[in-house]
Design a protein around this ligand. Structure first.
Ligand SMILES: Nc1ncnc2c1ncn2[C@@H]1O[C@H](COP(=O)(O)OP(=O)(O)OP(=O)(O)O)[C@@H](O)[C@H]1O
Ligand SMILES: [Mg+2]
Length: 259
């Protein structure tokens, strides 16, 4: 290491967002064009956690959904390091987006999309088993996380449809944190949690940073943000002018990918 080198020089860039534009066409409301993101740039390296900041409606969740390949932007690039190569998610084949999600991208949405009749522990094992991990080892890892997140053992075999909001949020977190994803996208992961569980989630995020994960998150809770984040990125509220500019571009809404 040379004298002038800092630890960030040694970090590897994992996410690079360049000049991202995203608008929505409201087909059921007279085709109104709603511009949300214009010229968004973002860069995140291994071991960094960037907090997306901005008022409600600014487009923070939209940034995360674009990064997960749920929303297709009208312009710009989203480069994600996948198996050592920077791959552009924008315009990637759906099967390639799914492969990147399976191995590289972990996403904690604000609410669990409940899958009926699947026991909580199986929901958590599933991403590991998909990656070829032995089912017994997957179950042990899932049980360890369920214990850390204080889900009572009698709940493990139950489907989470009837769980409380906070319990569902913990299942959602466990399902992502069970895999050591190189990139994590976290949309208000502690919004419904009590103080003890909030601290467990802080620990899980810090452990992910320590193993080198690159993280982008939305954290309304200042205590959580201060504990886990290394930088902040302000998402600007779109101006009326952005809408006019977006009308001149093609809408990508039809190609948005579910996830
Ligand atoms: N699928 C969609 N179709 C139409 N408009 C959308 C869609 N998704 C988001 N928007 C609009 O984009 C804007 C930004 O929404 P987004 O959810 O990204 O905000 P946010 O910054 O995450 O806000 P909050 O802090 O309240 O969660 C909102 O005006 C919203 O109505
Ligand atoms: Mg949001």
């Amino acid at each position: 290491m040379t004298e002038n080198m800092t630890s960030s020089d040694l970090a590897t860039q994992m996410i690079q967002v360049r000049n991202l534009h995203k608008s929505f066409t409201l087909h059921t409301q007279g085709g109104i064009e709603l511009s949300v993101l214009s010229s968004t740039d973002l860069s995140v390296s291994t071991g960094e956690c960037v907090a997306l900041m901005g008022p409600s409606g600014a487009g923070k969740s939209t940034v995360l959904r674009c990064l997960y390949g749920n929303y297709l932007p009208q312009a710009g690039a989203i480069l994600i390091r996948h198996k050592g190569h920077m791959i552009n998610l924008v315009g990637a084949e759906p099967r390639n987006v799914l492969a990147i999600r399976r191995e590289t991208l972990g996403y904690v949405s604000q609410f669990l999309r409940v899958i009926p009749r699947i026991p909580a522990i199986d929901l958590i094992c599933e991403p590991l088993v998909t990656l070829g991990i032995d089912p017994k080892a997957a179950r042990e890892k899932a049980a360890e996380l369920l214990t850390r997140l204080r889900i009572p053992e009698r709940h493990w075999a139950l489907a989470p449809a009837t769980f409380s909001g906070g319990e569902q949020q913990r299942i959602n977190i466990a399902r992502t944190m069970v895999v050591d994803y190189p990139v994590l996208l976290l949309d208000e992961p502690t919004a419904s949690l009590d103080a003890e569980n909030r601290h467990t989630v802080i620990d899980l995020i810090l452990e992910a940073r320590d193993r080198g994960a690159a993280i982008v998150g939305i954290f309304h809770d200042e205590e959580v943000r201060d504990a886990v984040c290394s930088a902040q990125h302000h998402v600007a509220v779109p101006s009326a002018q952005d809408g006019t500019q977006m009308n001149e571009m093609n809408s990508g809404d039809k190609q948005d990918l579910a996830g």
